[in-house]
Design a protein around this ligand. Structure first.
Ligand SMILES: Cc1cc2nc3c(=O)[nH]c(=O)nc-3n(C[C@H](O)[C@H](O)[C@H](O)COP(=O)(O)OP(=O)(O)OC[C@H]3O[C@@H](n4cnc5c(N)ncnc54)[C@H](O)[C@@H]3O)c2cc1C
Ligand code: FES
Length: 270
């Protein structure tokens, strides 16, 4: 429960409301993590929020978080300048375990800030790209200005043989890319449903629509992994804030198979 002090090394503005922060531990001991895990990030005197790690799990370096400014704590984190110290607890939670997809196809479907928790899984795949067959990333943003990691998306597609498809909900005249929901892309891409690992992260309404599409394509429930968000306080299974029926999302999740989540679908919005 005791946060470790980390110092803000650098800040990159990704979009009008989202930044990527690189943090270094003041004691010099790096924070090892698995793709999909999160930390409880503490702005001293303000509060603490769960934020997924968006850096590489296979290359040692600073702790990387990509944060959207939606309220009190995230505003403080987003507006901080290099040199400021934060507290970090964790890493917590389950991981994407993307290596389970080796030898088959991987389909990654995400919307909005959901690309940040999936970035470590993408980097893990890229580090051993030859171990996977077709790798597809489907990404939806609200507008072209909300697209995260634009340069990186192009680099992943150009250099590493990932099929990257981007769509936006709406765009001003002049946008040459796709307009429409990310779920509409699923029927357009090629993968072998019996040998596909699907990783999905985004708003719950989007994840539900993705699951429906993937099931129609024949992807088994156990091969679909979703990252869930719930309000969190302790992050370690003690307080019950994140409870979703029998699950504590902070320890049983955030990444769960659809097989495990399916019985909860009726109560999904609770
Ligand atoms: C496991 C996990 C991983 C997360 N990873 C990231 C990440 O990588 N990057 C990131 O920017 N955010 C992430 N979040 C969401 C982040 O924790 C919330 O945005 C944050 O807690 C909001 O706190 P606040 O004090 O800034 O805003 P508050 O003042 O608490 O809330 C401001 C507004 O945001 C809404 N809100 C609060 N929490 C959420 C939420 N979880 N999702 C959507 N709306 C919310 C509130 O209803 C309110 O309208 C993650 C959440 C979880 C559970
Ligand atoms: S956040 Fe306390 S039990 Fe999950």
């Amino acid at each position: 429960m005791v946060p470790r002090p980390f110092r803000l090394l650098s800040k990159r503005h990704d979009t009008h409301d989202t930044v990527t922060l690189e943090l270094e531990p003041t004691d010099g001991v790096p924070l090892a993590f698995k793709a999909g895990q999160f930390t409880m990030l503490h702005a001293f005197g303000i509060g603490e929020v769960p934020i997924s790690i968006s850096g590489s799990p296979v290359v040692e370096g600073p702790l990387v978080h990509t944060i959207r400014n939606v309220g009190g704590v995230t505003r403080t984190l987003v507006e901080a300048e290099p040199g400021v110290e934060f507290g970090v607890r964790g890493p917590f939670g389950t991981s994407w375990d993307v290596s389970d997809g080796k030898g088959g196809d991987v389909v990654i479907i995400t919307g909005g800030i959901g690309l940040a928790p999936l970035r470590p899984a993408i980097l893990e795949v890229l580090a051993e790209r030859d171990q996977y067959d077709r790798v597809t990333l489907l990404y939806g943003a609200r507008t072209p200005d909300d697209i995260l990691f634009g340069d990186e998306l192009r680099r992943w597609a150009d250099l590493n043989g990932i099929a990257v498809e981007v769509t936006v909900d709406s765009a001003a005249p002049g946008w040459k890319g796709r307009v429409g929901f990310v779920t509409q892309l699923i029927s357009r891409v090629s993968f072998d449903p019996a040998h596909t690992l699907a990783l999905v992260c985004g708003p719950e309404v989007m994840m539900r629509a993705c699951v429906t599409e993937l099931r129609q394509r024949g992807v088994p429930a156990g091969a679909m992994r979703l990252s869930m968000e719930r309000s969190m306080k302790c992050g370690i299974g003690l307080c019950g804030h994140c409870q979703l029926r029998e699950l504590f999302i902070c320890v049983d999740g955030p990444v769960l198979t659809y097989e495990r989540l399916a019985p909860l679908m009726q109560k999904w919005e609770l």
